[in-house]
Write a protein that binds this ligand. Structure first.
Ligand SMILES: NC(=O)c1ccc[n+]([C@@H]2O[C@H](COP(=O)([O-])OP(=O)(O)OC[C@H]3O[C@@H](n4cnc5c(N)ncnc54)[C@H](O)[C@@H]3O)[C@@H](O)[C@H]2O)c1
Length: 315
């Protein structure tokens, strides 16, 4: 059995990763800015939650040393529209914070660090046509958030050369039961919540080529599998997804599930500040054997059902 540290473990992806590690019999400690995490406590009651900051190196070192942490899944990040408004904070948390994790893990002989980059670490050229790109594709990101994740991708092989087994998962556009504001995915959650409880919604305009959506439970499971997988030839993995979804695709799904929903499309693009390319997840499919459990439609249907049963979750 291993003792795993999950940074950002109360977040939308993190809480399901914590629950999945616990389900597999691992001890889990969460380091997050907040220990107020009712959903996490409900799905992973045995996980320890430490409230603190990944910029606090002494705290990080103490947690890793005292708990004899063997693996770290590093998900803490400053993201969403705020990371565009406050770029210095994005650099601080996402660049320095990730370097802190690498440094402490290397110093304390942690067996494996897996961290989450993003499809936002990749840019696209104006003529980009939506063809999925593999892990070798490299066009510089167009946002501060993307640049902060790109920094981590640059640092990962450097720390690997220094002896740290660091791997990186590029998360797709993750939505799902959890927060209803604070990130782009959480904004989708809010629309699904509104639809479930009979409130009107305005659906944002998104990329002309669609966006690769994934349920947060599936993204979390992929992070867990990448953390526990034996070391192999590769350290960087795109997330395998069902496909890219346009905003009209998502509205059609919502109308299938809730036929009388009151939803209109915002005609002002773009919703995100820059469009990432679609990525090819075959490396992870082959090397890690990972495949999402949910279709996007099944995930949205599960959310609608949950919010109908728990309408107070969105207030
Ligand atoms: N959700 C997506 O669509 C998406 C897409 C690509 C990449 N990612 C990446 O996946 C990871 C998890 O994202 P999420 O959607 O769960 O986001 P989230 O905002 O729900 O979770 C992030 C967590 O990090 C914590 N945190 C932030 N700064 C911290 C700090 N300085 N110290 C300690 N904790 C801190 C927050 O409190 C939060 O609980 C992030 O690294 C994010 O960049 C997410």
């Amino acid at each position: 059995m291993t003792h795993i540290l999950v940074t950002g473990g109360t977040g939308n992806i993190g809480m399901y990763a914590v629950a999945e590690f616990a389900r597999r019999g691992h001890d889990v400690t969460v380091l997050d800015q907040t220990s107020e995490a009712p959903m996490l406590r409900a799905i992973a009651p045995d996980a320890e939650i430490v409230a603190g900051d990944i910029l606090d190196v002494d705290l990080l070192s103490r947690i890793v040393k005292d708990r004899r942490i063997s693996h770290i899944l590093h998900l803490a990040a400053f993201l969403g529209p705020e990371s565009v408004t406050f770029p210095i904070k994005a650099m601080d948390v996402n660049c320095r914070g990730t370097a802190n994790i690498f440094d402490v893990a290397l110093a304390m002989n942690v067996e494996r660090v897996t961290w989450s980059s993003s499809i936002a670490a990749l840019g696209t050229l104006p003529e980009y046509d939506g063809t999925p790109v593999n892990e070798d594709y490299r066009i510089a990101p167009l946002t501060t958030y993307g640049a902060s994740k790109y920094y981590g991708e640059l640092m990962t092989p450097i720390y690997r050369q220094r002896g740290l087994d660091a791997t990186c998962v590029r998360a797709a556009f993750a939505f799902g039961l959890g927060k209803l504001s604070g990130s782009w995915g959480a904004n989708y959650n809010r629309i699904i919540y509104n639809t479930a409880v009979g409130r009107p919604s305005v659906f944002p305009s998104w990329a002309k080529t669609g966006v690769q959506m994934i349920y947060n439970k599936d993204q979390a499971k992929f992070c867990v599998e990448a953390t526990l997988a034996p070391s192999g030839e590769h350290w960087l993995f795109n997330t395998p997804t069902e496909r890219a979804f346009s905003e009209d695709d998502v509205i059609t799904i919502l109308r299938d599930i809730v036929p009388d929903c009151d939803i209109v499309r915002d005609s002002t693009p773009p919703f995100g500040s820059a469009f990432p390319p679609n990525v090819d997840g075959s490396r992870a499919r082959h090397a890690i054997g990972y495949q999402p459990d949910y279709t996007v439609k099944a995930a949205i249907a599960e959310m609608v059902e949950y919010y109908r049963q728990n309408p107070d979750q969105g207030i």
